[in-house]
Write a protein that binds this ligand. Structure first.
Ligand code: PRX
Length: 567
């Protein structure tokens, strides 16, 4: 028996108050995600249940009960409050997947701060634009990332506090820097929980668009309602599960389903803070007897590449349910996982903006490998005609994925960017920015994005951000950045550049430019290939024709280039 039971009955009888009732929330009450994920679980008598099994990059293990989680988050919350952090201050988390990252997330929510998690592999420029846009007041980080923060701190007058969770006493701290050690701090038994309302802001996640700087997607505490119920019905988590979400909380999957979903259900989760290898991942599943595994297509394709033999070295019989998110999950990957693990990976589709799973393959439902499945109960999804923005009823016809706004985890704005936010709505529909078609049984089939954003291994990269960073290199005169096909990551970044007079194309320069981007932005945004050109193709008005270069990379018909003019 699955948690969802019959999908059709759930759709027919659906009301979000199912989740509200299960969580004991009445409309108008306070609803603080931080409290729900820690204190409430303890009150339910689960204080001694393990909340987190953690394995660090050098193999050290730690485990924390829900009571440890409650105390650790109280302690960090009080520390932040004592520093003067008040509700709605933006507090950035810039850490690897260490326990303090997970605890600081809950702690920030408990005191009403807006938590801004950022991927710790970001370079200084990626970090700067996100902190500047958010007007961030405090950043919690590790020694190893301090140099990046120091490099930009002077340009961020609003950044008052830089908190280092693993500071060594012999090193000097600069202005605004504070040491905090969870192991040395006195545990705080009780703190006053910020009485968040349904529409109180909670989390700020940055996501990349085609043009302009990254957008800060603002969520609210009421998002818990959809995150809880989707975790229960799609990820099918149960009381005795040991859950592993492989995503980093720098991205939305790592918070909605790597923190909030499982902990609001009181479920034990595992975190592995080290890089990918098939052996390391299988060993981890075997060691902790993981039952539910939520991962991403790039990882699954890498596991496929590692082959079937390595699977046999480990006991993976604990697994009972697998799901995937972030990019198209090819039919072959679904079929392969069924063959080697005896379980198919079930595809789920959603976005930073949606905050929770929108379309998915539900446990117990007929699976069509390659399809994203069907909308979550209560979610009205459609495919819109790109010209008229009216729903397409014809099976097989490609259009724009759109949803009727109003589900609990939906973003409430883009930070400081209400114009971009309103552009996401047409005719009363929220436009996801992706293309798909429906088949004759109303299953969704993903076609591609409706913009130039590059999805590399499930991470969105803005061509604009990479192009802007390239122009800061002394040798680069012009740049155009597009996706290039890749077997494992589906897409990787490719840059076309023209050089300034006095520079000649060569391999050393290519490497130097790649590294320049890696340091400034991140390894994800680093072009995997740079092609030198004498001039870049442009429209009559002088705009670079990115689409033409994209079509060339993908071996697509370019057609009449005059139609690309000024797009
Ligand atoms: O293009 C879609 C793709 O990832 C985008 C959302 O990225 P992000 O906001 O970073 O959130 C990622 C994790 C929730 C979507 O607009 N995407 C996500 N899931 C799928 C997908 N593309 C195809 N199939 C999916 N299952």
């Amino acid at each position: 028996m699955t948690n969802i039971g019959s999908y059709h009955e759930r759709v027919r009888d659906f009301n979000w108050n199912i989740a509200e009732k299960e969580l004991g929330y009445n409309p108008g009450d306070t609803i603080n995600i931080g409290w729900y994920c820690s204190d409430r679980i303890c009150r339910m008598g689960l204080s001694d249940r393990i909340a987190l099994y953690h394995e660090g990059f050098s193999g050290e293990e730690r485990k924390y009960t829900f009571n440890d989680l409650r105390l650790a988050t109280n302690t960090i919350g009080s520390f932040l409050r004592d520093l003067g952090i008040v509700p709605e201050d933006r507090v950035c988390l810039f850490m690897d997947r260490i326990p303090e990252l997970y605890f600081s997330f809950i702690a920030g929510l408990k005191i009403g701060a807006i938590v801004q998690p950022l991927f710790s592999a970001f370079g200084d420029e990626s970090l700067f634009v996100r902190l500047e846009n958010a007007g961030t007041r405090a950043i919690i980080t590790q020694r190893k990332h301090l140099a990046k923060v120091r490099k930009i701190a002077d340009r961020l007058p609003g950044l008052e506090h830089i908190i280092i969770v693993d500071h060594r006493g012999d090193k000097e701290l600069l202005k605004g820097e504070k040491a905090f050690s969870l192991t040395e701090a006195t545990p705080v038994e009780e703190i006053e929980i910020f009485p968040a309302r349904a529409d109180s802001p909670s989390v700020l996640h940055y996501t990349s668009g085609t043009t302009g700087q990254p957008k800060g997607v603002r969520h609210v505490h009421y998002s818990l309602i959809s995150q809880y119920l989707t975790t229960k019905w799609v990820l099918d988590l149960r009381d005795d599960d040991i859950y592993w979400c492989t995503a980093d909380p720098g991205w939305v999957t790592g918070t909605s389903y790597g923190i909030i979903g499982p902990w609001s259900m009181g479920v034990t989760q595992c975190v592995l803070d080290s890089g990918f290898s098939a052996d390391a991942w299988y060993r981890f599943i075997e060691k902790y007897r993981i039952t539910m595994w939520y991962s991403a297509p790039t990882a699954i394709r890498s596991l496929m590449k590692a082959g079937d033999e390595v699977v046999k070295k480990y006991d993976l019989t604990s697994l009972r349910h697998l799901a995937s998110v972030g990019e198209p999950l090819n039919a072959e990957a679904v079929i392969w996982s069924e063959k080697v693990y005896g379980l198919p990976f079930l595809d789920t589709y959603w976005q930073t903006e949606t905050g929770s799973i929108m379309i998915s393959n539900f446990p117990g439902m007929k699976i069509k490998p390659g399809s994203m499945g069907k909308p979550f109960p209560g979610i009205e999804g459609v495919v819109l005609d790109p010209k008229t923005f009216t729903p397409i009823t014809e099976p097989g016809k490609v259009g724009l994925i759109a949803f009727k706004p109003g589900w609990p985890a939906m973003m409430t704005t883009y930070w400081n960017n209400p114009e971009k936010y309103s552009e996401k709505f047409v005719n009363g529909w929220y436009l996801a920015g992706d293309r798909a078609y429906l088949d004759n049984e109303e299953y969704y089939w993903f076609i591609g994005r409706d913009d130039d954003v590059i999805n590399t291994g499930g991470h969105l990269v803005s061509p604009f951000e990479v192009e802007s960073a390239l122009l800061e290199h002394e040798a680069v005169s012009e740049s155009a950045v597009v996706a290039k096909p890749d077997e494992v990551n589906m897409e990787v970044v490719k840059a076309f550049i023209t050089l300034k007079p006095g520079y000649t194309p060569n391999d050393d320069l290519e490497l130097e430019i790649m590294n320049f981007i890696r340091k400034k932005l991140s390894s994800l945004a680093m072009p995997q290939e740079i092609e030198y050109m004498d001039s870049l193709p442009k429209t009559r008005s002088g705009k670079i024709m990115r689409r033409l270069l994209h079509a060339r990379e993908w071996g697509e018909e370019i057609g009449d280039t005059s139609t690309l003019d000024d797009e």
